[in-house]
Design a protein around this ligand. Structure first.
Ligand code: NAD
Length: 250
């Protein structure tokens, strides 16, 4: 097992990529705290996990982030891995179509949350003798995409925040990396298909955007997060790893 005796905190762990990662981390021996805003989804997620705890928290709030770390410590006694994965997307919003409130919410939940959660977790990672932080960016953090002004700005910021944190904490044996997924079969993508209108056609259009001609399953992203969290990636820090079916290769 790759994460034996490790403790992990996963934001957005009650659904999608976060939940698939929580399930995989448990299978690899970790104890897992999942953080999300939606209590019903959190408790449904717990039913699919062995030994996890759910912490209802808003990752855009400093006091909630501190409480999430404290509750994880109380439950497991240590923290080794932080997966900053919670995020939102607002589609069909170029700059003119984006309200100030939408801009702030996107940047707060997708970027400020990583600052707040990492600031709360770093002393514990240090106390554990080192650790790993993995942030969820997006392929839209590496290239532009129409109608996603705030989202693209937020995910580009995640990529460079990851690099800055990697340099700041390398000497403390805390590795910081981010993943840049292409489209993944979660609620987030299903909401996009509903916006498109014809869900079946939208699924084909989305698949065709990827050179591999399909979108990813959440478990395919989780396996990469496991790699970055484990000693298999012991010499990797500051990386922004595309997990995108080739979409940014062109
Ligand atoms: P999802 O909508 O299924 O999950 C999003 C998660 O974020 C949920 O668990 C939700 O509870 C949590 N969340 C949102 N706002 C929060 C807040 N304020 N406080 C606490 N938790 C909050 O979507 P997903 O696809 O699993 O997305 C996970 C991450 O992957 C996001 O950062 C997203 O931007 C990124 N991503 C997704 C795709 C995709 O195609 N699905 C592609 C690239 C990147």
């Amino acid at each position: 097992m790759k994460l034996e005796n490790k403790s992990a905190l996963i934001t957005g762990g009650n659904r999608g990529i976060g939940l698939a990662t929580a399930q995989l981390f448990e299978r690899e021996g970790a104890r897992v705290a999942i953080v999300g805003r939606d209590a019903a989804a959190g408790h449904a997620a717990l039913a699919t996990l062995r030994d996890a705890i759910f912490i209802q928290a808003d990752v855009a709030r400093a006091d909630d982030c501190q409480r999430a770390v404290t509750e994880t410590l109380c439950a497991f006694g240590r923290l080794d891995i932080l997966f900053n994965n919670a995020g939102i997307i607002l589609r069909n919003r170029n700059v003119e179509a984006t309200t100030e409130a939408e801009w702030d919410a996107t940047l707060d939940i997708n970027v400020k949350s990583i600052f707040l959660m990492s600031r709360a977790a770093l002393p514990q990672l240090r106390a554990a003798g080192g650790g790993a932080i993995i942030n969820t960016a997006s392929y839209v953090g590496l290239v532009g995409f129409p109608g996603l002004a705030a989202y693209a700005a937020s995910k580009g910021a995640v990529v460079n925040l990851t690099r800055a944190m990697a340099l700041d904490h390398a000497a403390e044996k805390i590795r910081v990396n981010c993943i840049c997924p292409g489209s993944v079969a979660t609620d987030m993508i299903h909401r996009a298909w509903e916006l498109y209108g014809d869900v079946t056609q939208a699924a084909q259009v989305w698949a065709a955007k990827h050179p591999l001609q399909r979108i990813a399953a959440p478990e395919e992203i989780a396996r990469v997060v496991l790699f970055l969290a484990s000693d298999d990636a012991s010499f990797i820090t500051g990386a922004a790893l595309p997990v995108d079916g080739g979409i940014t290769a062109g």
